[in-house]
Design a protein around this ligand. Structure first.
Ligand code: ADE
Ligand code: SF4
Length: 373
């Protein structure tokens, strides 16, 4: 039976009854503070609940209210975001916080047209804040709710937002205005806990009587499973130490991992050995040759769309590095922890601080201690 208005009331009743019993106790479900709900919803885009929870807590310790966020330096904001990926989200939160403090006296506006003008407020974040924080009747379609509705309505095709224009009016029509926030959370929660991408738990699902994909046995082919081909990248970095400080540099403000700090180095190009890449990169970036560079360790890390095999070399240089002091700094290990870094580089720092033993670290810290001046 397709989802008609007639069946809508049982759809909603079943969904809400399930949600009240099975919902997870998540920190942002214990608050009505629009700022906190906004932060959680931005973090939850592209990132799973378990990965978000610790970041959400430490973020609110660092920036308890919107004024604290607006006043913070960007480096501290990016640092609090470290590990969540898609750093543009953090920059937009920061910019929007400044704007809200400046133009709205620190209160997050409650109208879609005002919100949409703020950095990072696309249709999703706008609807989520208006519904979850202000109780306004906006359906919220995140990846989980989208998957549920694609299956319930049996909308074939790729797992993307292309069918939202079909889903949106259906949700608007059945939307339970007085239970709107709960309905939105319930649909997302059902997608996260039962209606999962792989192995959906249809036997336990309160929407099963309404689900057209289930009726046809098509729940595993809607949406069409996406084939993720991970790109593999080998990258090299040089650890350069002088008077107890390491040389780190800031990535450009645009592009991949923009504005984060890392050790000098770069990608290995086709036809190049890692060591040749190291020599080339340090020549290009710092105008200097290398006299000695034993491999210190390999630090693999998976990002969203690629996997990096990161190799770190303990470098002794042939001269002094030349660089632009705005983008490059000598920093003590204890202070590096304050700089936002890509996760792979952060692992090298943990290793240097003795917090992490890599299985495949080769010459080890002893050699590094001997080599470094
Ligand atoms: N995904 C997006 N928003 C969410 C929320 N409020 N709770 C759980 N998962 C979510
Ligand atoms: Fe998803 Fe299965 Fe429930 Fe349909 S019956 S909504 S496919 S879990």
């Amino acid at each position: 039976m397709p989802l008609t208005l007639k069946s809508a009331s049982s759809f909603i009743r079943n969904l809400l009854a399930w949600y009240r019993i099975h919902k997870r106790d998540l920190p942002w479900r214990r608050t009505h503070d629009p700022y906190k709900i906004w932060v959680s919803e931005v973090m939850l885009q592209q990132t799973t609940v378990p990965a978000v929870v610790p970041h959400y807590k430490s973020w609110l310790d660092a920036f308890p209210d919107i004024g604290d966020l607006a006043r913070a330096p960007e480096r501290k904001v990016l640092k609090a975001w470290q590990g969540l990926g898609y750093y543009q989200r953090a920059r937009n939160l920061h910019r929007a916080a400044k704007s809200i403090v400046q133009h709205w006296n620190g209160k997050i506006p409650g109208h879609a047209s005002d919100l949409r003008k703020l950095p990072g407020f696309g249709p999703y974040t706008t609807a989520a804040v208006l519904s979850l924080a202000y109780g306004q009747p906006y359906p919220v379609i995140d990846a989980n709710a989208r998957r549920v509705m694609r299956r319930v309505l049996r909308l074939h095709g790729e797992a993307n937002s292309g069918q939202d224009k079909t889903i949106q009016p259906v949700l608007e029509k059945i939307f339970p205005v007085r239970r709107g926030a709960e309905f939105n959370q319930a649909l997302m929660e059902l997608g996260a806990l039962l209606c999962r991408s792989r192995n959906p738990r249809c036997a336990l699902c309160p929407l099963q009587p309404h689900c057209l994909a289930f009726a046809r046995g098509e729940q595993e082919v809607i949406p069409k499973p996406r084939f993720r081909s991970y790109r593999k990248i080998t990258a090299v970095v040089g650890l350069i130490k002088k008077d107890g400080r390491y040389l780190i540099q800031k990535r450009p403000d645009r592009g991949l991992l923009a504005g984060l700090w890392e050790f000098p180095g770069g990608k290995v190009k086709p036809g190049e050995t890692p060591r040749q890449a190291l020599v080339r990169e340090l020549r290009e970036e710092l105008g200097v040759g290398i006299s000695e560079a034993p491999l210190l360790g390999r630090f693999s890390h998976s990002y969203t769309r690629f996997r990096v095999d990161l190799r770190a070399y303990a470098c002794r240089l042939e001269g002094d590095p030349k660089f632009d002091s705005r983008a490059c700094r000598w920093v003590r290990l204890a202070e590096i922890a304050r700089y936002p870094m890509p996760s792979g580089s952060a692992r090298i720092v943990s290793f240097l601080m003795g917090r992490r033993t890599e299985k495949n670290n080769l010459p080890g810290r002893e050699l590094w201690a001997k080599l470094a001046s």
